[in-house]
Design a protein around this ligand. Sequence first.
Ligand SMILES: CC(C)(COP(=O)(O)OP(=O)(O)OC[C@H]1O[C@@H](n2cnc3c(N)ncnc32)[C@H](O)[C@@H]1OP(=O)(O)O)[C@@H](O)C(=O)NCCC(=O)NCCS
Length: 260
Amino acid sequence: MGKHNVRAIDTEDGITAFFSPTESRRFNRRVVRFEVDDCSSIELKRKIMSKDPDLAIVRIPTHRLDIINHLFRVFGNVLLGDCLVMYSIDLEQIQRRTNHPGTGLRVIRANRKHMSDLDHLVRDSFQGYRNHYCHNPSLEQFDLAPAYQEWARSCVVSPDNTCFLFFKDETLCGFFAAQTTGTVYRGLLSGVAHEFRNIGTFRKIIKSIKNAFLADGAHRIVTFVLLENRPVHRVLSSEGFRMGGSFYTAHINLRVPKDT
Ligand SMILES: CC(C)(COP(=O)(O)OP(=O)(O)OC[C@H]1O[C@@H](n2cnc3c(N)ncnc32)[C@H](O)[C@@H]1OP(=O)(O)O)[C@@H](O)C(=O)NCCC(=O)NCCS
């Protein structure tokens, strides 16, 4: 990447910026991610220009409409991709209040031997799912499943992450992948196979990971969900999670390959 290299994570002026090697490879363009904490529109524009991305993927708190409107004004090709809601749970509070009945699902930590079963489950779970990539016409031919499979696989092999697999009567029915460093664990990706949906499988998965993460030393779980993913909102809010912030994901196409 030569002169375009950026430090792995650059956090200053209330903005976190990092080059995304996976997305850059996937889309064959230089993708840089930006996460806005507290900054001015001018600072964000300056930061984006300084990283020189082809595609900037910017996560902005929904209350910062000033920044969103500024992006639309100053950059030619801006799209809103999705809206995410953050949830978190204080596990120690939960521990004091409840005892933990079994869920009837068998749970194991995935290892390399499970990769092909996990691939199959992830493809099934995310069939028909739409995220922010789907709203950027310059990425429109993109198949989401391999991206989620790659992400889930990376959680199995990374020492910082964990992927739990759930079995109902010996059939793999769901998974939950999380970052498990420190005491605040982050739910990254989860899903339930179609044939096990609407019978409480995801609720059982959430009950199970609360206990497993608490036993593992976590004090809190934080996770993000698409605004329109109503089953997940329903389960999290009734399983002790509290809504935190909400965030838009915007795409800024600064350079689009000629054939798209
Ligand atoms: C979202 C998903 C995990 C839900 O799994 P599930 O096993 O069907 O969920 P459950 O059966 O445990 O619970 C769903 C709850 O939402 C409710 N629900 C279902 N559809 C709903 C809708 N359209 N609106 C509101 N509530 C809805 C159900 O009634 C149930 O609530 P209840 O327990 O109070 O009756 C599953 O559909 C999935 O894998 N989706 C694709 C991937 C995904 O979205 N992953 C999560 C984010 S990464």
